[in-house]
Design a protein around this ligand. Sequence first.
Ligand code: IVH
Length: 689
Amino acid sequence: MQAPSGPQASDADRLPAAATTRVEQLRALLHHHAHRYYVLDAPEIPDAEYDRLFHELQALETAHPALRTPDSPTQRVLGRVLDGFEPVRHAVPMLSIRTETDTTEGGAIAFDARVRRELGRAEGDPALDYAVELKFDGLAINLRYEDGVLVRAATRGDGETGEDVTQNIRTIGQIPLRLQGAAPPVLEVRGEVYMRRDDFERLNERQRERGDKTFVNPRNAAAGAVRQLDPAIAAQRPLSFYAYGLGEVRGWEPPSTHSATLDTLAAHGLPVCADRAVVQGAAGLVAFHHRIAQRRDALPFDIDGVVYKVDSLELQRRLGFVTREPRWAVAHKYPAQEQMTRLNGIEVQVGRTGKLTPVAKLEPVFVGGTTVSNATLHNLFELRRKGVRVGDTVIVRRAGDVIPEVVGRVPGTRAAYVPNFRMPTHCPVCDSPVQREPGGIDHRCTGGLYCAAQRKQALLHFAGRRAMDIEGLGDKLVEQLVDGGIVRTLPDLYTLGVAKLAALERMADKSAANVVAAIAASRQTTMARFIFALGIRHVGEATARDLARHFGGIDRLMDASLDELLQVNDVGPVVAHSIRTFFEQPHHREIVHALRAAGVGWDEHEGAAAAPAGLLAGKTLVLTGTLPTLTRDEARALIEAAGGKVAGSVSKKTHFVVAGEEAGSKLDKAREIGVPVLDEAGLRALLGG
Ligand code: IVH
């Protein structure tokens, strides 16, 4: 396949011969890429690039109507039935919505103006009500419930006929197999199957560990899972679902608005996204578009825009459809999270545990709302599998707070032979030999804390908010401390004085004093934080907590045998081995002793004997609003009796928010950062009924 670039050909003076050639070229490209996307779930170019090609073709066909043919990709809804699934004819066609590609507020204003014109509304008439929602980036699904029971689930396909994917959809825990309450004889629910970003990262991490192919983005992973011929495999892919509309309905008159219809679906036990609203007029649309844009990165899943729908179903009927798109709805996009750019070079970075990561140096590109010039390539094997070489056009993805990554290369963009990338045999930072564990994927520098790169990362990790929480000890300062030979090991931190710090470049006396104070304050910590701060491979926060609880004292942990370690909750052979190896090294034991000698310590009650047991042990909850039967104090007492903690504000460390009537900003915050929200019944369920 040729590179999908070409002359910008919207200009009407172009010679028809050139236009004819370009139109043919574009059709071939679009057919090829549509097949990759819809049939194979394996796109080669970003959506944004597909859209550009599509629009170029549309523009050419508009300028030269004679060039339009019935088989042009602009003339049909794409999607095809894959062999292996039974075709399902949709009782009500599954339509798509018009996309507003103007990502500024102009897109919202234009939609409102169009709707008002169609409805014959005059300048001074009252503003229209719109139901506004997120545009989930997944796969459209029709769920058919008969007498409240899920009987069939189908993909959209070409809009008329989809694929029967009932077996796979049944594995999605969020989708009720039976509706709550009195359900009509036939109720078809439409919505999006998607994969949360954290689920996607975990899935890819697992694929990487096994040396298997990774997925390009959550949408592809979700689409691939839904159309997986083996339901057992589909069941291992963590999918989620949000309902956003109806298909065929018999024996029930839906409420008079779209928003109330969604409320009804929620009452039937279907997941409906809480991030929706009813707003008035263009100003309301613009405000929603802005509000969600601000929160896009913090959402737990990908969205590629927002959707505006005329709320009144009566007005929707009056507005009707143009070809296959309703006039009453529009999707208003945000900047794409995937873009193409040139790979200018590959550098190798050394991480905290010595892992060597190939990092792509990119021609700067605007993606997911910011300019990106570096992106991870993860490891040598993934780089090889993706087949990227310097000079290639590659696809970069940046979504949420995840590090930007190169997800693939665009085939056919390599002009000449370029040698394959090789991992260095010696660490680019400290020149120690590089090793790969037998059978392992990762290359590592063997320099340990001798390697300045590992020392810097170890210090940053130690100082991190969830470790020793030393504010002010960031990238720049650590760089200066290590490069200047001032801090060689972790305990050196506790010997730093204000004078030494203030002597560093760009360090004011006051901030030097603040850092010294923060270091001093970090001496009083918890054993769990301390263990986590040491940066033992495979020991995350949760494992550190379990270890602290199990052993009660750091010396017992340091001396624990493999068998003893394996007794700990959730500690398997890999983790146990890693802990053992860490503490077998004399310099690690010295570091622990030196830190203790420097005054780092914790309340010994935290240890095994006093460990809170119970269903909510180690969990932090936040209460907000008025619960139906429990007072605030009663709820707190129940939580604490189960070993949980009640905190006053919501953060990433919060495990659950329990919300009642008139819950306020804490609930908003929980939704924003993706903390699970429970009602009183949910809390009682958590407490064991
Ligand atoms: S409404 C007739 N609402 O976007 C209107 N669609 O072309 C039918 N999508 O593939 C669609 N979020 O799967 C609607 N809140 C939302 C949506 C949404 C995502 C998808 C849908 C379809 C495409 C629309």
